[in-house]
Ligand binder design. Structure first.
Ligand code: AHR
Length: 351
C-alpha cells in the first residue's frame, strides 16, 4: 500500500511540475486569464501608439529588452493614440495579474482611477517617456523619460545664440510652432519653452497649432500657415516627423528651407534625432537644429524592475541625458540653467 501511495504521489508531483510555464488554461478552479510563469517576470506594456519614428524606436527598445531569453514575458498593447484604449489595456493587465505594468501615457491627465485600481491590486506601475499628472504620486512606482521643457529651452537658447551671432534682431524672427499632441508632456514642455523664450527675447511667435507628432499633420498645418503668413522664417516643429512634413509643404510652395534666414530661407528647428531622414536633412542644412529626445528606455525600465525585484526603491523621477545637434558653425555651445551643452554633430543610427 505504501509503495502504491508513493508512486501516486510521484506521478502527481511530476504532472504538476510539468505544468510549469505560462498558461494553465484547462485547469479548473484557476483564473484562466491569469498569466502564470515559473520564473519569467510578466510585464504588461501599454504603448500609446505608433505616430513617429521615435515611437517605433521606443517600442523596439522595449521589445528587445523584455525577451524570454532575458527572463521576461512581455504583453504589448498599442493604444493607437487613445487614452481609453490604454485604460482598457491596464485593466486587462490587472486581470491577468501581471508582475509589472509599464505605461507610456498619451497625455498627462485622466489616470487616477485606473492607477488606483493597479495599486489596489498591488501591481507596481512604471511610467515611461511622458508623465502622468495624478493627485497622489504613490499611484505609480516611478517614472523614467526626458526633460521635455529642458529640450525646448536648449532649442530656444540655440536660436537666440544663432540670431546674436548673425546679427538678426529679435523682432525679425517670425516663428510658427507646430505642436505635438495637446496634453502630452512632450508638447507641454516644448511649447512652454518656446513661448517663454519668445516673450523674454521679443520674438514674433505668430501661431501655435497641433501637428500630433505626425508627418501628415505637420505638412497639413504648414500648408495652412503658408497661406496665412508670408513672413515665416522659423518653424519650430515639436518632433522630426512633423519637420519632414513641413519640408514637403515648404518646398511644394516653391520656398527654400535652410539656415540662411537673411537670405530668405525658412529655418527648421526640431526634436528627437532618431529618424535617419531627419538626420540626413541636418547634413543637408534643411533642418538646422535638433534637440535630442532619447527613445531607448527598455534597458532603463529593466534596471528599475531589477531594483524593485531586489527590494529597493528606485528614484521616483529619472531624467535621461540628452544632446543638441546642429552642423551650423555659429553656435558651438549653449548654456541652459547654468549647464553647458556642446552643440554636436548628429549621429546616424547604426544598422
Ligand atoms: O513623447 C516623446 C515624443 O513622442 C517624441 O518626441 C515624439 O516623436 C513622439 O511621438
Amino acid at each position: 500500500m505504501k509503495k502504491i501511495l508513493s508512486v501516486v504521489v510521484f506521478i502527481l508531483c511530476t504532472l504538476l511540475s510539468g505544468c510549469g510555464n505560462i498558461y494553465l488554461p484547462e485547469n479548473k478552479g484557476l483564473d484562466t486569464d491569469k498569466i502564470t510563469t515559473d520564473e519569467s517576470i510578466v510585464v504588461g506594456f501599454s504603448q500609446l501608439g505608433a505616430e513617429s519614428d521615435w515611437r517605433s524606436a521606443n517600442t523596439q527598445s522595449m521589445k528587445s529588452t523584455f525577451t524570454e531569453e532575458n527572463g521576461y514575458k512581455l504583453i504589448f498593447e498599442d493604444g493607437q493614440q487613445k487614452q481609453a484604449n490604454q485604460i482598457m489595456a491596464i485593466r486587462t493587465f490587472i486581470q491577468q495579474e501581471v508582475d509589472y505594468i509599464v505605461l507610456a501615457p498619451v497625455i498627462e491627465t485622466g489616470w487616477d482611477t485606473v492607477l488606483q485600481e493597479a495599486k489596489d491590486s498591488k501591481i507596481p506601475v512604471i511610467i515611461v517617456d511622458r508623465k502622468v499628472s495624478v493627485s497622489d504620486e504613490s499611484l505609480f512606482a516611478c517614472w523614467v523619460g526626458s526633460d521635455f521643457e529642458l529640450e525646448g529651452k536648449k532649442a530656444a537658447e540655440w536660436l537666440k545664440q544663432y540670431t546674436i551671432a548673425k546679427g538678426i534682431a529679435p523682432q525679425d524672427l517670425h516663428i510658427v510652432n507646430i505642436q505635438g499632441t495637446i496634453g502630452a508632456s512632450a508638447q507641454i514642455g516644448r511649447t512652454k519653452s518656446l513661448a517663454d523664450a519668445a516673450r523674454l527675447n521679443g520674438w514674433d511667435l505668430m501661431a501655435q497649432v497641433p501637428g500630433d507628432f505626425t508627418q501628415a499633420k505637420g505638412k497639413e498645418v504648414m500648408e495652412s500657415f503658408l497661406k496665412q503668413y508670408d513672413n515665416i522664417n522659423v518653424v519650430y516643429c515639436e518632433n522630426d516627423n512633423e519637420a519632414l512634413g513641413v519640408i514637403e509643404a515648404i518646398e511644394a510652395a516653391g520656398k527654400r528651407v535652410g539656415s540662411d534666414i537673411k537670405g530668405g530661407e525658412i529655418m527648421i528647428i526640431s526634436f528627437d534625432g532618431v529618424n535617419e531622414e531627419a538626420i540626413n536633412y541636418i547634413l543637408e542644412d534643411k533642418i538646422t537644429c535638433i534637440a535630442e529626445c532619447n527613445p531607448h528606455h527598455g534597458p532603463r525600465v529593466q534596471a528599475i524592475i531589477e531594483s524593485l525585484e531586489a527590494g529597493h526603491t528606485p528614484d521616483k523621477f529619472s531624467y535621461v541625458d540628452e544632446k543638441i545637434f546642429s552642423l551650423d558653425i555659429n553656435v558651438k555651445k549653449i548654456t541652459v540653467d547654468g549647464i553647458d551643452y556642446e552643440v554636436a554633430a548628429p549621429v546616424l543610427p547604426v544598422g
